[in-house]
Write a protein that binds this ligand. Sequence first.
Ligand code: CTP
Ligand code: MG
Length: 395
Amino acid sequence: MIKEAKTSILVLAAGRGTRAKTTAYNNVPKQYAVVAGKPLLRITLETLIGFDLFDEILCVIHPDDLSLYEDATRGLTLPAPVFGGETRQQSSQNGLNAIKECDFVMIHDAARPFVQKETVTALLESLNSGEVKAVIPGLPVTDTLKKTSHDTKIIDTISRENLYAVQTPQAFSYPTLLDALSIGVGPDYTDDAMIMEAAGHAVHIIKGSENNFKVTSPEDFGKAERQLMTDLGDIRVGQGFDVHRFTKGDNVTLCGVKIPHSHSLKGHSDADVAMHALTDALFSAVADGDIGSHFPPSDPQWKGVASEIFLLKACTIIRDKGGMIAHMGITIITESPKIGPHRDDMRRAMSAITQVPIDRISVQATTTEKLGFTGRGEGIAAQASATVRLPLIGI
Ligand code: CTP
Ligand code: MG
């Protein structure tokens, strides 16, 4: 039994996700696909952080994905990621070379966002016994197994007795794994246990979970989405409204997009009336005050601060509650400038900040038929609504 063992976990996210790639999820590598409002990698990381069982959580990513990684992990406290390699095995070795000295190491697929605490605890208990140096979760195979020739003709039926489909995280005694690695690694190793098996170390299996599936093909996104959505049944609708008056200037910023205009909007920093209305809609959905209460205008530290900071704060509050933003609708009320030509840029800008997919963000515009202050061209008004889903737990 190791007292107060130090445990690190590698989260492998350097793959290209070729089999799962689909335009429906923006064609990004699967670990960055936004599912139920969050990139899969973020769901996996938040879950692991929430377990409070690891001394170090280190991501292995592809060098091309640095900005996707930064967006997906914004606000999480993590060490700088390591770059992976051509094969999963190379990625896991790069990660192992970079982790801090530890007693136990686990290696986990970023594409398995539903890892359960019971599984991790059982793996740790097993290693802590001192007798087990390698332990992995798995499920007995229940389907009948057929082998085919290169076409679809069956050439054999394989007994499923003692056969397991294995999952991650896979858990190892770190010094023993390093020792096994020094023997060398085969290019076709599809999991980390194979390194220990090849070096002659016993690898044990504990019970995995059906929920802990790996997102592999496009259909798995839907499965993951359904699994996440059932937990997010507390549905809230928030609203926000804001007005800024025109002043001298030559552009306005609306939903983060700078548009040339005969006037500018008066207000601190960019006076982004549309983003302010949207931010208030998000605060409203979680019944947590408004921009003014979070960023009092009387406090000099918020003078001139970019509107994006307010919006990010609202998103963080929702994320910290384990929630997701299901929809955001913004209506900009003005005679001019024309919003239509900028609509999609605005949606994209809001999506980049909030991580909400663009097809869940609507931007509309209307005039007031030359009536009232917007009709007279004295300023711009914006109203917004936000639909937020929170976990059912606790209500
Ligand atoms: N992985 C990695 N480095 C690689 C290949 C895979 O870090 N060179 C990671 C993936 O990001 C994934 C996990 O290993 O989290 C499991 O691999 P797999 O499901 O095969 O993912 P991909 O290789 O990304 O997908 P595909 O095989 O469809 O391209
Ligand atoms: Mg692969």
